[in-house]
Design a protein. Sequence first.
Length: 563
Amino acid sequence: MNNIYIILFIVLIYFINFNNGISTFYVQNSMDPPTKGIYMDFYLYNIDVENENLTPTITFTSSQLKSYGSKKNQTTYNFQIPRGCGKDNEITVEIGTDSYQMKISYQAPIITSCSVLNSNSSLVMCIGDNFGSDIANLDGSKTIIKYSNQTIPIKTFNDSTITFEIKDYYFSDYINIDVCNVSIATNYLININPIYKNISLPIPLHKSDGIVDIIGIHFSPTLSNASLNCNSSSSGSSSDNNNNNSTKLSKINCKYENSLKFSCNLSSTITASGKIKSCSILLNNLNQDTFKIIYSEPVIQKIISIYSYENGNITIYGTDFYNPIENVTIGKINCLNPKLSVDQSYITCQLLAIPEGVSINLNDYINVTIKSDGLIGIYQTFRYLDVISEVGDNNDEDNKLKWMIPVIIIPIFFGMLTIFIPFVLCKNKSTMTAFNNCCMRRNNDPTKLKRNSNGMVSSKIPNNNTTKSISDVNIHVNNNNNNNNNNNNNNNNNNNNNNNNNNNNNNNNNNNNNNNNNNNNNNNNNNNNNNNNNNNNNNNNNNNIITKNEYIYNKKSLHSKHI
């Protein structure tokens, strides 16, 4: 039994030693190939004894292209690597039954120099290596040039040279060449000098819009700078006389806008230091040009006026005012002690009253003349408050509010009167019916008693404007009985008696009969409701009814006549 264990142990040791003696086949390359291709060595290790005399091959996975190697020594074989580019290209190395997969990467592009081909050309050529080839890569999609923050088109290229055209909007920058996603190891600076062309300057220049643009080509955001050195007048006039005016130099840094323009803001410097006379343009600290500025004359926007008969201060609002304010003239009168505000938005001065003997048409606008640091502005904008108070201020909108109150209140006032006066006149009536009857009795009173020259009483009938007298013997009465029924047949029976009988009935009978009897008594059978209806009907027909008071008065008159 012990012998069996000894034999198994010896066999195990043999297998362990046998496996340790067998190594795995693998391959190493000697270098990264250039993009143009090259013959290069590969090192093959642990080749099986049976495969040592066979020819090895390299197969490129992407193209299935095969390259055959030649043996240089026991482990070294030389292979031809074709043109190519990029990283991690998969290949398979085989020799007999031994096989190994690996990746190779082509070299990164290298620039040794770049220059403009000639002074009159905008074509730039860069010399180096591993740029790829327009023969193997006709569309150029695998070779890209990045310059001036953009991808630029390639004119021509091969493995060692590449050319491209400089555009006006290109600027000094580091060039980057990318070949099959492999970028240049060290970016190369191509310096293009910025070129000044001209300036864009508003004429005349307003203080609120003091932007000067420097126009040129090849301006770089990082490698280019532009500025202005300006002479500012500290006092006096802006004329070309340089004898009496002291000046100071102000530097204004300009803002990069794009590769074709810098912008320079003069407004803040003009406000703080006074009117600028001239400026020098510096590009990368080199003097390029000089320009002068033509300013706008003072502009008046609004004037706070005074009365013509008194002294007072006026305020002139506007723009483009500069120190010093030399003089302000209103018509032919000098405005004294003119002063410019700190923010240079208005001028104040003292205007004296119009002297006696000076004739001024107050209805006309008067010229205002301002001389500010040599610039003169004349505007026909001034009127005294004498005229403004009569015909309206220079700003008529301020006076519109004065007329709003009476225009609104007066119609409301009269409207209220028309509503409340009838109620005041008829305030003792408790209902609308009583109100209507009251007003109708006032307006349509059918009879008004009037004594004639003989002392008799007469009644006025509105319809025919005639007066009927009550005689000594006969009293003539018009009896009109109107019913609100469908038949309007009235039968009036007049007798020669001296008594009147008025019988008004509100029944459904269509015929109303008025009977006058021979008795001397008056029978008036009027119900309250019937009286109201008859009064309304009588008013609508414009007929006259003798009231009870009139009848009593007439009776007394007759009695007196008989006596």
